[in-house]
Design a protein around this ligand. Structure first.
Ligand SMILES: [Fe+2]
Length: 362
């Protein structure tokens, strides 16, 4: 048995915001734009949105204080500041952090009595303000998922999923990704790679998600090296935006698995970018699935050869100092993480500890 729901309407083209500005009128008279401090100004997305809203006569307020790995506290502050105004819809623009924050804020502005913690209890709400997602990186896939990942008050990343936070519209313009640095291109590209591979090998994979996953993996194999080599290669950037969107649709069906679970603390406690942190464990996901689904693992190998080598050739090398206490806490946390249940293979305390230890330096 399998099912499929991905209700987001996708618009994909160069100058996509300008070309489709009429759609904003469908959502009402006032928009909250959620973004980070700088990147949406550098890549031109924010001014495109402001111009589109102005020309449609839509009032808007820009909340631009979303940081990487957004915390509960940052979401509380955003809601506190924005709840004095009345918004009809929320536009998230940027990488995964602004998009995931926009989703959380959209729920909390619609359901005023909820606290951030309540986002994790799906019975406590049934709707959010309509969300328009405009990604400016190619990796998160958040523009087509029902997930949002925030960092809780203890410093750990926690994701929540709810059908009400599927964006109503995703506006994808690959030109916004051209100004990404090489390291951000790598990290976000590797995030998309993890979504495609983890989703393909997940216990929740479906015939539809597999179609998207295979296409996404092929596009990433072909185009991530090109985008890293030549940041202005618009064809490669366009392929990566598409691959990222496909991989987002994959995890909307399959969830993420082991690599995401193990990567989270590297980002919140060691400052390693999400995609890099996650990709450091992707080879373990592939090896873990080998005895259960050898044909699918073979498909991954057909596309990438040795996936660890492909990831390293993108320039990833993670070495970190890790105390015994940190190691124990992370291992324990991983063992109880919800998404471990969708991971194929046997991952116990010892094997998870080994995966963290191989990147450890004294
Ligand atoms: Fe991810």
């Amino acid at each position: 048995m399998w099912q499929y729901l991905m209700p987001t309407k996708i618009f994909f083209s160069q100058r996509v915001v300008e070309k489709n500005k009429e759609i904003f009128k469908n959502f009402g008279a006032k928009a909250l734009v959620v973004t980070g401090r700088t990147s949406s100004r550098i890549n031109g997305s924010l001014s495109d949105i402001e111009n589109a809203l102005k020309s449609m006569g839509i009032e808007f307020y820009v909340y631009d204080r979303i940081e990487e790995n957004p915390t509960f506290e940052q979401i509380r502050q955003a809601v506190e500041e924005c709840k004095t105004q009345s918004f009809d819809f929320v536009i998230g623009v940027g990488g995964g952090s602004p998009l995931d924050s926009a989703k959380a804020i959209a729920v909390l502005l619609r359901n005023r009595s909820l606290r951030v913690e309540d986002l994790y209890d799906s019975n406590k709400y049934s709707s959010a303000l309509p969300i328009v997602a405009i990604p400016t990186t190619s990796g998160t896939g958040s523009e087509v998922t029902q997930y949002s990942v925030l960092t809780d008050d203890t410093g750990f990343k926690r994701g929540f999923g709810h059908d009400s936070i599927f964006p109503v519209i995703a506006l994808i313009d690959p030109v916004y990704t051209v100004s990404m640095t090489v390291s951000l291109t790598r990290s976000t590209g590797l995030d998309a790679l993890c979504h495609a591979v983890e989703g393909f090998l997940s216990k929740k994979a479906t015939p539809i998600s597999d179609l998207y996953a295979v296409e996404s993996m092929k596009l990433i194999k072909e185009n991530l090296p090109k985008a890293l080599e030549n940041p202005n290669d618009l064809e490669a950037r366009t392929a990566m935006s598409f691959a990222s969107c496909l991989a987002g649709m994959v995890i909307s069906q399959t969830s993420t698995t082991l690599a995401h679970v193990l990567g989270y603390p590297l980002s919140t406690f060691k400052g390693i970018r999400h995609g890099d942190a996650t990709a450091a464990f992707l080879d373990a996901v592939v090896h873990g699935a080998e005895s259960e689904i050898p044909q699918k693992v073979q498909k991954v190998k057909e596309i990438f050869g040795d996936i660890k080598r492909f990831i390293e050739s993108a320039g990833l090398k993670i070495e970190l100092q890790l105390s015994d206490e940190e190691l124990e806490t992370w291992v324990k946390r991983a063992l109880t993480a919800k998404h471990m249940q969708w991971t194929r293979g046997v991952f116990d305390e010892l094997s998870i500890r080994k995966l963290y230890e191989r990147m450890r330096i004294d």
